[in-house]
Design a protein around this ligand. Structure first.
Ligand code: FAD
Length: 281
């Protein structure tokens, strides 16, 4: 067991509609009681809902007194859009940004795509670093990003992102800790020495396996597919089994002394509280 203290953080998403904000604020209030080191707030790849990300991050940072990490994607944003969001973030005292490329929105034309200002997240990191005043995080992929030619190529591009100014990394969800440990070793060997937060998503329904997991390209270990085969048809049992699996996965990471565990909370404070209370850090 390692002596190193692992940082615990959460990811949340902003509401889609204006009339859902009160509910969202109540959710953030409950999550804040679990005292995470920071809460990250997702951002739509199209950029049209950027204000909602800023509004939620503002609440977390200023009303709840917890460090907010605002996600910011560049695929659907021109430089002036990025400048505007940055101004809004600075006005809200939110200075931690997870700089992402995002995926091409379905309604984006070829012309818009070809003329985008930022091709990769590292270019956004570099742009934000030049602006100054932000602490920059980047995304990484223990099982390789789906577009990368090879694990090595993906790691080299990750290194470029760190060299451009990303001082912490958060991973895509994974279900097999050996994959994560192996990735950290390879990253270190490639000269990537910044903290890496392990992204864990509790999978509590068989439907989530078909949607979230298959979309993310995450491999499913046999131990977990056995649970789905056994409990997939009984929602309450599957929920319990999924939470237990996530707790065991996180405890192993904490015992292994990882830098951080980032829980994809899916705006579920009750589930997140069940997990946090079961962990010994
Ligand atoms: P990049 O770092 O740009 O990498 C994308 C691909 O390009 C990789 O295959 C990389 O190897 C390759 N690449 C990088 N540089 C080069 C280069 N110079 N030449 C050739 N290839 C290169 N999406 C959202 O829309 N909103 C969110 O809030 C959001 N939050 C996320 C949070 C986390 C922790 C993670 C892991 C992902 C998140 N995503 C989010 C998804 C993310 O936007 C997608 O996975 C997207 O496809 C890649 O974004 P990136 O920032 O990792 O891209």
């Amino acid at each position: 067991m390692s002596d190193k203290k692992t940082i615990l953080s959460f990811e949340v998403f902003p509401p889609k509609k204006e009339d859902e904000f009160e509910n969202a604020f109540a959710t953030m209030d409950q999550l804040a009681k679990l005292k995470p080191a920071f809460i990250s707030v997702t951002y739509g790849a199209g950029g049209s809902r950027s204000k909602k990300t800023v509004q939620i991050a503002d609440h977390i940072q200023n009303k709840l007194g917890i460090t907010a990490l605002a996600h910011l994607t560049c695929v659907g944003n021109k430089k002036e859009d990025i400048d505007r969001v940055c101004e809004e973030l600075v006005a809200a005292n939110v200075t931690n940004v997870l700089a992402l490329r995002g995926d091409r929105p379905k309604d984006m034309t070829d012309e818009q795509f070809e003329s985008r200002d930022f091709a990769y997240a590292s270019q956004l990191v570099s742009y934000l670093k030049q602006k100054g005043g932000f602490t920059l995080y980047g995304a990484c992929y223990p099982e390789k990003h789906f577009e990368a030619m090879s694990t090595r190529a993906d790691l080299m591009h990750l290194k470029e992102k760190v060299e451009a100014g990303a001082t912490e990394l958060i991973t895509q969800l994974f279900m097999n800790n050996d994959v994560f440990y192996d990735f950290c070793e390879k990253a270190l060997a490639a000269g990537i020495t910044v903290p890496i937060h392990a992204g864990i998503m509790p999978i509590t329904s068989a439907k989530q396996v078909a949607t979230t997991i298959s979309l993310s390209g995450t491999s499913i270990p046999k131990a977990f597919s056995d649970l789905v085969a056994r409990y997939g048809e009984t929602p309450e049992d599957m929920r319990k089994a999924g939470i237990d699996y996530a707790i065991r996965q996180m405890q192993d990471l904490i015992d292994g002394g990882v830098d951080g565990v980032h829980i994809y909370s899916m705006n579920k404070p009750k589930m997140t509280a069940e997990i946090v209370s079961a962990l010994s850090i």
